[in-house]
Design a protein around this ligand. Structure first.
Ligand code: HEC
Ligand code: HEC
Length: 364
């Protein structure tokens, strides 16, 4: 009983502290309390350390690039060790702690568990086992002091390495955007009339907030659920289309993608949420991404198929992708050019004021 009351008191204290921090204004309260600085520091070191990959070339931070919104702006889908290609776009890790499930198909339940997926994936960091990673970290002299500070008396292993990386990721909190200051903070001058018009479209006529949710006191901009918005079928159709290949200057021919694939890696299939549930009704469903800091995290969608926010708004104006199985809330919107521009302007208000500071801190 006593410990329950103490827990409640701590929770109240944590909530009050969060309300006072401008970087968290408008963000949902996070389930995990802020970690000890020594743990975050160890996690940061591990996150940017190339020695954590099998051949010493790849770190987490090379796909989740701090200066690129902790995503990869230059590639639709990133490359892992030895240039092996990945099938999905690298999502931002800013505010990643708000998600109740991780990965675009929700296959990981915690950040601690998630970290081992890229560490062990053959096309990402390609380590043979968690033990191999732990042994390597234990052998590196520069980890001795930071490890002892974070975990007195404990050795690097699956649990401690996962906990440290997760603690660093949870520290990447970036709320307090101009939108938050206006909508949750009551600061009238924080947004323009055009941005406010875009927000009204977002909530009502364009139906965006059906999935990119806005609460009474905070806004995650995700319902944490999985929807088919037509991107999966569009990707398959794009891969099936013949590609024009120039054989010699001035002489071109159409080649099927299958023939092209025989020269390199075949385009990977991606069934989205169905890969987790096995249910064909979940095919091509992806977790609704939070739109916080979205201006920094292009290209967009699970496959990086849309380069700009303007292209995303055009996509939704058409009613989403061409797929009879897509979510019923998607329909052609008939937006005017000015309305499209205001929707984009609204999306650009969602950038946290501290993202540059987080990037600087990452490289410290
Ligand atoms: C080669 C590029 C690459 C590397 C290296 C990489 N990631 Fe990722 N990361 C991705 C891609 C692509 C996805 C999306 C994959 C999916 O959803 O199936 C992703 C997803 C994630 C997610 C889930 C985010 C969400 O919105 O659910 C987290 C967390 C994450 N990575 C953390 C890490 C950590 C920690 C490391 C290092 C141990 C790491 N990543 C290394 C490319 C990479
Ligand atoms: C039926 C639910 C739903 C509705 C309605 C919806 N979205 Fe989305 N949105 C999603 C899902 C799911 C994705 C991810 C799809 C994928 O990865 O292929 C997404 C992706 C996005 C992205 C790309 C984010 C990123 O990081 O890649 C943006 C931007 C976006 N939506 C904005 C909007 C806007 C603006 C509207 C209203 C015009 C809207 N959404 C309506 C579910 C929805």
């Amino acid at each position: 009983m006593r410990s329950a009351r103490l827990g409640l008191a701590l929770l109240v204290a944590a909530t009050t502290a969060q309300a006072a921090d401008p970087a968290t204004l408008g963000l949902p309260a996070l389930a995990a309390p802020a970690a000890a600085p020594a743990l975050v520091e160890l996690g940061r070191k591990l996150f940017f350390d190339r020695r954590l990959s099998a051949n010493g070339t790849m770190s987490c931070g090379m796909c989740h690039v701090p200066e690129q919104g902790f995503a990869s702006n230059e590639l639709r889908t990133p490359l892992g060790v030895e240039g092996r290609s990945l099938r999905r776009n690298a999502p931002t890790l800013l505010n990643v702690a708000i998600y109740t499930s991780l990965f675009l198909d929700g296959r990981a339940a915690s950040l601690e568990a998630q970290a081992w997926d890229p560490l062990l994936a053959g096309n990402e960091m390609a380590n043979p086992s968690a033990e191999a990673v732990a042994t390597r970290v234990a052998s590196l002299p520069d980890y001795r002091a930071p490890f002892a500070a974070a975990f007195p008396g404990a050795a690097p292993d699956r649990a401690t390495i996962g906990a440290a990386i997760a603690a660093y990721e949870r520290s990447l909190v970036a709320g307090g955007s101009r939108f938050d200051r206006w909508w949750f903070g009551g600061e009238a001058g924080a947004t323009t009339a055009e941005e406010r018009e875009g927000f009204a479209l977002f909530r009502f006529r364009a139906g965006c907030a059906q999935c990119h949710s806005i609460g009474e006191r905070d806004a995650a901009f995700t319902d944490q659920r999985f929807h088919n918005i037509g991107t999966g079928r569009a990707r398959v159709a794009a891969h099936a289309a013949p590609v024009r290949v120039e054989l010699v200057p001035g002489l071109a021919t159409n080649v099927s993608q299958a023939a092209l694939a025989s020269f390199g890696e075949a385009p990977a299939t991606d069934d989205g949420r169905m890969e987790v549930t096995g249910d064909t009704a979940d095919r091509w469903k992806y977790r609704t991404p939070s739109l916080r800091n979205v201006a920094l995290t292009g290209p967009y969608m699970h496959d990086g198929s849309l380069a700009t926010l303007e292209a995303v708004v055009e996509f939704y104006d058409r009613g989403g992708g061409d797929d009879p199985g897509k979510a019923e809330w998607l329909f052609p919107l008939g937006l005017t050019p000015a309305e499209k521009a205001s929707l984009v302007a609204f999306l650009k208000t969602l950038t946290g004021p501290n993202v540059e500071a987080l990037a600087r801190d990452a490289r410290r």
